[in-house]
Design a protein around this ligand. Sequence first.
Ligand SMILES: [Zn+2]
Ligand SMILES: [Zn+2]
Length: 175
Amino acid sequence: MAFVLNIKDLPEDVSRQEFAASPDEFSLDYEGIEVTDDAHAYGDITKSNDQVIFRGEFSAPVRTLCSRCAEQFERDLESELVFVLSMVPEQEYEQLEDEQSEDFHFIPGGTLEFDFSGLIRDQIILALEMKPLCHEECKGICPDCGKNLNYEECTCKDEKVDERWLPLKDLLDRS
Ligand SMILES: [Zn+2]
Ligand SMILES: [Zn+2]
């Protein structure tokens, strides 16, 4: 079924719908972010006149690289999913197309279905492109010896001069 909303058969009412998409139907190719298994979405869909409102959530199992230790990790990403579709006459649609936003879309009247995979993709990327972490307390990689500090300790830090004194040390070295 993938993430396609059937607009043609929507009742003029609120209806609850569930969607599922296999990795074949819903994939992601962005900076090492991968969808590993079926993704799901569900929502309350309200249709009235020329407007369709989707209020719900999605979840997707994703795999990416930790920004601190560079190890792969997997996570079930869950997030709210809300969007509004506003049906407009075909002639007006072309002018309005540029005015739509992430959660507010114009669609030409008579549109049969709306594929919202792109909206979910955008949200996944948004959630993961900013410094994803394998876990909150990831210790990262030692910049000196390159060891993954989640698995082993190193003594580099102890040998280093306290960073607060570095400017002073610079001065002394120069004089
Ligand atoms: Zn990590
Ligand atoms: Zn080290």
